[in-house]
Design a protein around this ligand. Sequence first.
Ligand SMILES: [Fe+2]
Length: 321
Amino acid sequence: MSNQQKQKNKIPPVPDWIGNTPFPPEKKRPCKITEDMYVAFLYGFIGTQVENHVFVSTDKVTMAEWILPPGSHYEPAGFHLHGDECYYLVEGEATAFNAETGETFIFREGEAMLIPQRTRHQIYNMTNRRIVTISCLAPKVWADDGMGTIIPQVEHPRFYKGPEEPAYKEAPRLEYVSPPTKRSIDSLGNWPAPGPKLRETKQLTIIKPEDHLTLIHGKEKHVLFSFVVSNDYFHLAVLKVPVAGISELESHEGDEVINVLEGDLCVRIPISEDERMDSATYPHSWLKARESMLIPEGVKHQYLNFTNDVVKAYVAIAPKL
Ligand SMILES: [Fe+2]
């Protein structure tokens, strides 16, 4: 094999931050993530880049925000071998494009797009405002051996009247899956459709707020969880803590990452299993909008709202609730 060929076949190293932000798996502990802790990088070829800020990346889940300026798009198309991804739009209007099928979807602030594993996705900003998105991916961005760091290019992106359009073979017909209109707690784990089914159809799925699986959480203390996605890889929800609200103390069979969208959120994590319930003081973390927190698997936590407004946060839990 020539040196040039060897170079071509060389798998690029996995960036250090993947799976290790803010801590490597063996050192994971609850941690508040402020803006100065974000891991920043640019994705894409020069001139078609998107600015990324990673909040958390563990061995189970990665959450980041990315910003795409007006009139721009990112290139090459995203493609994840090892996880589903969900974009939640916090600012602007995004045009999503699947280069393999030519399918194009527009989604706006407050709406989300689920990207099943191995599904091509690219975002164009056709507006005069920037796009700000929170992205969540689970279980893994790239594999430990580096596989997935080479993204195979789409030879003939399917643009309407694109230059190569006559060369296309007819694409297989996709079966479209819409979120069911009937919803119940039993839909948890299969929202907006079972994960394996969407992965098979490679369907980019837009999830509007009216398509959320909204559930009241808690035995006695109630908060609102509106699930955007709930499948075998991850659960993503918009959490609303009402004024003076308090959530039940709970833990998960998975890592949780919370990012505050609106308001100030108080997060209480008991310091020990036998923390006295009649203690006079409880330590807590105070999260402002855009701040995040990592709550590793099995760690008990509780959300409280001491403000005059509803607190809204984006919550990812992976793999199990
Ligand atoms: Fe939780």
